[in-house]
Design a protein around this ligand. Structure first.
Ligand code: ZN
Length: 154
């Protein structure tokens, strides 16, 4: 199951924002709600989201592939595999700032309108050919080991 990163259990009980890194091994054409048909290149896709009622509940939703499709990201999540999850508790920096920071990384391609129905951002999903380095985006951003999360702590 792996060791718990320092403070991770407490973090899951709090509201906050997170980055979901999804890997897709083939090019995909997917129907994404009102956005219609979208093409996703093979590679790494980083989604910025937030959980007002607790990170654990939301991350559990993302980790469960059999849930009904509710958000844009659910469509891509079912077609790919979760490679990494990063989270930060509290109102700052927030999902929109995280999305902007990810979109500013080298090699970023923004998926316009994806996941940003409730804000003014151009999009909350950013795609990369190669695995992006996310650790430096925000000082308190913590990578949650997936075996630990799946082990029931989420
Ligand atoms: Zn936004």
């Amino acid at each position: 199951m792996g060791p718990e990163p320092r403070g991770a259990t407490a973090l899951l009980a709090r509201p906050g924002s997170y980055l979901l890194v999804i890997r897709t091994r083939v090019r995909l054409d997917l129907a994404v709600g009102r956005l219609g048909q979208r093409t996703f290149a093979r590679g790494w896709h980083v989604y910025a989201g937030s959980a007002r009622r607790g990170l654990g509940t939301r991350l559990r939703h993302h980790l469960d592939p059999v849930r009904p499709v509710h958000w844009h990201i659910d469509v891509l999540r079912q077609a790919g595999e979760i490679a990494q999850i990063w989270a930060v508790a509290g109102a700052e920096p927030g999902e929109c700032a995280l999305a902007r920071a990810v979109a500013a990384l080298p090699g970023a391609t923004l998926a316009r309108g994806f996941g940003s129905s409730d804000c003014r951002c151009p999009g909350h999903l950013v795609s990369f050919r190669r695995r992006p380095t996310l650790g430096g985006l925000s000082p308190d951003l913590l990578r949650l080991p997936l075996p630990w999360l799946v082990g029931g702590h989420a």
